[in-house]
Ligand binder design. Structure first.
Ligand SMILES: *Cc1c(COP(=O)(O)O)cnc(C)c1O
Length: 391
């Protein structure tokens, strides 16, 4: 790719908010994670539209950076990843649903098999096809969500079903990797090491983004970061080693004044404690801005954090309820004249990380990213341009 821009979504001047995605930072993050796990292959998890940033562009940028293995959640996402990364190995985490075998074959996709039934179906398909089709085996080491029980996996070791296809990866998933002191990590690491001894020929994979930073015991042959690629902090509470990938700016549609005692927004859920200057932004919960980030009196009384925007370098809180298409902020701290109708203010970026935006809505940055709306004018930037140069 050459340095430049690429647009998607509505036209810039017609959109209420602008999303900028730095594909150069995405590639930088992938290399950073690869270097954190030397000796292991670094794959990329691009499920849920690459955590909301756009699957095709993310997968193409990562493939250009050298990524050779991708994970998606759904079969339909696998087909999109295949088009963007023709030579890559693509695994579908949610596994083999009945009747989907032919679609896997047609798309050259690999299911992550998580039960005895799935293993039997994949083995049968391989026999019918006369080819040992590749797939991953998912073994559960404590999460109780997907995967074969360890005992089931061990009985599979000498079974003809396993010989019928190509087990290309054996994997498990950590449930508390972002809490390094949690003893469950050690239990899962040990359980997975025991599983791997039963499949000595098969490459192993355990670590997600946070798992990579737990150290070499989690690295095995392949690591599977998602969130950290997109700028999320894999080590909550510590300085983030990742670069931000996403910036979001919303436009000011109105500026107004309120006097003490006046309310703002639906339900009159916020009351001005004194004269205030407010700005109304052209973005709302229909765009993925969480309603839980509202600045209501009840939330303030309970000490809940509320959403913030960055305007001319200053933090400005959300006031009243976030509505479908609009959000009100208090810009009293910004000098008059420093904000005008039509200006764009930061909701992600300018020091507001996706982790903080999530925390301010009582959720996680993952949910903020995967909820990024379809009404944003999107600008994709390549290598060589800083996020702040465009927005
Ligand atoms: C989503 C997912 C990942 C990536 O996790 P992050 O925390 O986003 O790095 C890795 N492995 C599995 C099985 C997943 O479901």
């Amino acid at each position: 790719m050459t340095a430049g821009f690429d647009q998607a979504g509505p036209r810039h001047e017609e959109a209420g908010a602008w999303l900028t995605v730095d594909l150069g930072a995405l590639a930088w993050n992938w290399r950073r994670l690869r270097d954190e796990a030397p000796g292991a292959e670094c794959a990329a998890v691009v499920k849920a539209d690459a955590y909301g940033i756009g699957l095709e562009r993310a997968a193409a940028a990562l493939a250009a950076a050298g990524c050779r293995t991708f994970f998606v959640a759904h079969l339909a996402e696998g087909a999109r990843a295949r088009a963007a990364a023709p030579g890559a190995a693509i695994y579908v985490l949610n596994g083999l649903l009945p009747g989907t075998g032919p679609a896997y074959r047609a798309g050259d996709l690999r299911p992550v098999l998580g039960s005895r039934e799935e293993v039997a179906e994949w083995a049968a398909l391989s026999r019918e096809t006369g080819a040992r089709l590749p797939a991953a085996l998912h073994v559960d080491t404590g999460m109780n969500r997907l995967g074969l029980a360890p005992e089931e996996a061990l009985t599979l070791a000498g079974h003809p079903d396993l010989a019928a296809f190509t087990p290309a990866l054996v994997m498990s998933h950590l449930m508390v990797a972002e809490e390094p002191a949690n003893p469950a990590n050690r239990r899962q690491i040990e359980a997975f090491a025991a599983i791997r001894q039963a499949f000595p020929e098969v490459p192993g994979s355990l670590a997600n983004s946070s798992g990579i930073f737990l150290g070499p015991d989690t690295h095995h042959d392949l690591v599977r970061p998602g969130y950290a690629l997109y700028g999320g902090n894999p080590m909550p509470g510590r300085p983030s080693p990742m670069r931000p990938v996403v910036a979001l700016r919303a436009r000011v549609v109105q500026l107004r004044r309120v006097e003490a005692g006046e309310s703002a927004g639906y339900g009159a859920a916020w009351t001005a404690p004194g004269p205030r200057r407010l700005a109304t932004l052209s973005v709302g919960y229909a765009d993925g801005l969480p309603r839980a980030a509202s600045g209501t009196g009840a939330a303030l009384a309970e000490g809940q954090p509320r959403g913030e925007a960055v305007v001319a370098g200053r933090r400005c809180p959300f006031v009243g309820r976030v509505s479908m298409d609009l959000t009100i902020i208090d810009v009293s701290a910004v000098p008059e004249g420093a904000i005008r109708r039509g200006d764009a203010v930061a909701l992600i970026g300018d020091g507001l990380t996706v982790d903080e935006v999530g925390a301010r809505a009582g959720t996680i940055g993952y949910e903020i990213l995967t909820g990024l709306g379809r009404r944003y004018a999107r600008t994709y930037m390549d290598e060589g341009l800083g996020l702040t140069e465009r927005v």
